[in-house]
Design a protein around this ligand. Sequence first.
Ligand code: SF4
Length: 399
Amino acid sequence: MTKPELLAPAGNLEKLQAALIYGADAVYFGGKNFSLRAYGDNFTREEILQAVEFTHALGKKIYAAVNIFAHNADLDALADYLTFLDGAGVDAVLVSDLGVFALAKELTGLKIHVSTQANVTNRRAVKFFGELGASRIVLARELSRAEILDIKADCATELEIFVHGAMCISYSGRCWLSKFLTGRDANRGACTHSCRWKYQLVEETRAGEYFPVGEDERGSYVMNSKDLCLLPCLDKVIASGVASLKIEGRMKSVNYVAGVVKVYRAAIDAYFDGNFIVRDEWLAELDKVAHRPYTTGFFLSDGAPTEIHSTAKPRRSADFLGIVRAFDGSSMTATIEQRGRFAVGERVEFLQPHGRTFSQTLTDMRDADGLTISVAPHAQQVVTIRVDEPVEIWSLMRK
Ligand code: SF4
């Protein structure tokens, strides 16, 4: 059996680098327009060229999400953008809309991946898209393992499924709720996550009188979904024979990308080394990144999701403090590009791209001029700290 690709989100250039350094085989990103994350950082054309160069230098793959549902007014600019992506050397484009599919096919030599937003739920749809020229299908998130196996048994086209990340109550992301309530269209990348809002009931003649809809003491979150996590059944996921395992989260932090990628990298490798068990340290790491309660979604079900609904807000059990940019073994010091406040005397830990996670107390810290400081309060400040163990560049410091 071929090892499946581990595919990670790249919300910006730094997250792309983190994903690849922490073990992703491939990354996906959105440009400034035409991907379904209009409010993410996203990539300029210059950044796309840098991203392609960085990814290919590591022998890995990079895919461009162009998965909006286009309107006529978008088509000229889309044609120009697709042509640019082809010239930039991305390895595939991810599309939902058949018009965008047609443009990519006519104007470029790019491989075409069909996005989960296209809602492919059966083997005839997979076959149809394959005949149309798609090289990969991202299956709808609403499929069970039995359905995925059934599709895989009768299909020559590569399949990709989501294994981790946020889900929403719409059908594979196709939703009108945000557009209806705010004018911002989820299908054109502008979702306001209206399903996560707290809802109450108002009788039409009693404006301003809100009747609570009893769900729990915090209110009513009737449409709020848990986050997907297929780690507990990753052996079954891999055995299904899909080609690519995708992590959601282009809007999430570099801490999320690094932590989740590292866990799934280790789990996939363990499976192929013949020693897969769900390790406590993997579950602990997935608890440290921002997430809602986890669910295996539809994968282990017979059609209906298993306990997908959640009233919980996102949480994480570790705060991200900074990135290790350099390490000097002779002085046992690490140079940290700071992201959160930290101070001498605090207990911190280092998540490393390859090595084990270790903890220590901060004892000695200096600013960029070499002056001793007790606290690093400003984001993006560069400080040097003494470390108890050698630490890899690109390690993340957290508390
Ligand atoms: S409003 Fe909620 S259900 Fe609709 S697309 Fe956005 S996240 Fe999904």
